[in-house]
Design a protein around this ligand. Structure first.
Ligand SMILES: NS(=O)(=O)c1ccc(C(=O)NCc2cccc(F)c2F)cc1
Ligand SMILES: [Zn+2]
Length: 244
């Protein structure tokens, strides 16, 4: 089955059992500093839609939290369901959220490129943010308004001056664990930082995600929904929390 990696010991996503997570007083607050001018474009890669950033400098970085050094923002993307009952990749006490945001960063201190970092145990850091149904999210709306232009696989539009920190809850609480990419090549190179608090988005915004297509223009249309990987075994891992 291609969704399991042979010999994988730290695969993602996982269920986060709140009561089994271990408070680590040595975890630092995560420091996020993004420069909106590094935002480049939005594209539909046939699996999700990604907002990509210029990662040739240290202009948009995160540092602190569980991380040994700073990591550069490369892209962010989402996973979502066909209906609001599921869609997130991680679950909390076996509860699914309707969608999950991933902000993907790489360790440019130790490695020369993202492609190199993807192959290393401490190469990547991904911030996960749950989306829940509620009030309309004004920051997300600028993204939603651009989605019709990237409806088909392999379409791209320029997108600039976007600061993704508007999509990250101000509450500092997070869980962290050692995991993997959730799509091929499923490499075990990700330090996951999962925010405890979700952000609220409204039904129309979730529906806008579901208007995207897995398929290219001219192909028979297949709606881009349920683009999340099944839960993976925790195996010999502990999920740490930054809060008591
Ligand atoms: N869902 S997630 O946050 O775990 C995730 C994040 C990034 C990627 C990715 O960059 N894939 C393409 C890619 C590009 C170059 C080299 C790679 F190894 C590679 F996976 C895949 C999954
Ligand atoms: Zn993802």
């Amino acid at each position: 089955c291609p969704l399991t990696i042979p010999g994988g010991t730290r695969q993602s996503p996982i269920n986060i059992q709140w009561r089994d997570s271990v408070y680590d007083p040595f975890l630092k607050p995560l420091k996020i500093s993004y420069d909106p001018t590094t935002c480049l474009h939005i594209w539909n890669n046939g699996y999700s839609f990604l907002v990509e950033f210029d990662d040739s400098t240290d202009k948009s970085i995160i540092v602190g939290g569980p991380l040994e050094n700073q990591y550069r923002l490369k892209q962010f993307h989402f996973h979502w369901g066909a209906i609001n009952d599921w869609g997130s990749e991680h679950t909390v006490d076996s509860k699914f959220y309707p969608a999950e945001l991933h902000l993907v960063h790489w360790n440019a201190v130790d490695y020369p490129s993202f492609e190199d970092a993807v192959m290393e145990g401490n190469g990547l850091a991904v911030i996960g943010v749950f989306l829940k149904l509620g009030a309309r999210h004004e920051g997300l709306q600028t993204l939603v308004d651009a989605l019709p232009a990237v409806r088909h696989k392999d379409t791209v539009i320029e997108f600039d001056e976007f600061d993704p920190s508007c999509l990250i809850p101000s509450c500092p609480d997070y869980w962290t664990y050692a995991g993997s990419l959730t799509t091929p090549p499923l490499t075990e190179s990700v330090t996951w930082i999962i925010k405890k608090k979700p952000i609220e988005v409204d039904e129309d915004q979730l529906e806008a995600f579901r208007t995207l297509l897995f398929t290219s223009d001219g192909e028979e249309e297949r709606r881009m929904v349920d683009n999340f990987r099944p839960l993976q075994p925790l195996m010999n891992r502990t999920v740490r929390s930054s809060f008591q």
